[in-house]
Design a protein around this ligand. Structure first.
Ligand code: ADP
Ligand code: MG
Length: 273
């Protein structure tokens, strides 16, 4: 680092989105660093998924900037943002039915493959080598998320939790610089939560920046190095989990929200699960 401060990979400044008369996101300043796990929390309707939609290009922002490694990306189409290295998973997502586990992962690899139709016709050798390399990488990713034994099977044979792991493997197949995970632990069993926690640590350990929306504080607090809290579209806190937990504005924001409790992070992750 030569003593200089680390540079964020992704930066938003004054990011905003309005739906009709509703301000879903207002003036969001966010910095995401390589290899960091940054939690994004807030009561239902706080603007978390909207933040993902803006960063990933699913929706154009009404205000503000989004910079990826110094380049302005706000308003660019999703495939271009994916190609530049930002991949997101969805809050409610199912694998592509009728396809094998490998092929599901290969769908993700497609964004980073160089081979287009032209080289497929004029340079079939190169296309074949890329395909082989992508398949080898798909097997590696299946192993990384613990799905090796299902690799040649149909996705229909996977449990709900395994489907979520597959989704993470597919996102990684594009070799992203940043991954945005929308409630990856929702609906998982306690042991699957532990597994996905380890996987998320492993992703960050590879230097990939992780932005993580999570409702379950018991899951998030031990995992995230830093947490940003949204309430009614505005950032109300940004700091280490221990500070967030004791922040009066955060506690206040969650008082009316039955779906999550901030203080729960103090307990053993799955003591009562
Ligand atoms: N595509 C959309 N059209 C209209 N309103 C939306 C849309 N997406 C989100 N909203 C509204 O914006 C607010 C923030 O939603 P969202 O970002 O999904 O919240 P969160 O993910 O934090 O629960 C909510 O009031 C929601 O109803
Ligand atoms: Mg949401």
């Amino acid at each position: 680092m030569n003593g200089s401060a680390p540079t964020p990979l992704l930066t938003t400044r004054g990011l905003g989105k309005t739906f009709g008369g509703l301000a879903a996101l207002v003036g969001l300043d966010l910095d995401l660093y390589p290899g960091e796990i940054l939690g994004l929390i807030g009561p239902n309707g706080a603007g978390k998924t909207t933040t993902f939609n803006l960063i990933a290009g699913a929706l154009p922002p009404d205000a503000g900037t989004i910079e990826l490694a110094g380049e302005l990306i706000a308003g660019r189409p999703p495939h271009e943002i994916a190609r530049r290295g930002i991949i997101r998973t969805f809050q409610h997502n199912m694998p592509f039915a009728g396809m094998s586990v490998t092929d599901n992962i290969l769908v993700g690899a497609h964004t980073s493959m160089q081979t287009g139709l032209v080289s497929l016709v004029f340079n079939p050798g190169r296309a074949r080598r890329e395909e082989d390399a992508a398949r080898a990488r798909a097997r590696e990713l299946a192993a990384f998320v613990g799905l090796s034994e299902y690799i040649d099977g149909e996705v229909g044979a996977l449990s709900f939790g395994q489907g979520r792991l597959l989704e993470v493997a597919r996102a990684l197949a594009s070799e992203p610089r940043a991954i945005l995970l929308d409630e990856p632990a929702a609906g998982l069993t306690a042991s699957e939560c532990d597994r996905i926690s380890e996987i998320i640590r492993g992703i960050a350990g590879r230097g990939i920046a992780v932005l993580l929306i999570e409702h379950d504080m018991r899951f998030l607090m031990p995992l995230a190095k830093r947490v940003v809290v949204l309430n009614f579209g505005r950032k109300i806190a940004d700091g280490p989990p221990a500070e967030i937990r004791d922040n009066p504005a955060v506690i206040e924001a969650y008082l009316g929200d039955v779906s999550g409790t901030v203080g729960a992070g103090k307990e053993d992750p799955h003591a009562s699960a």
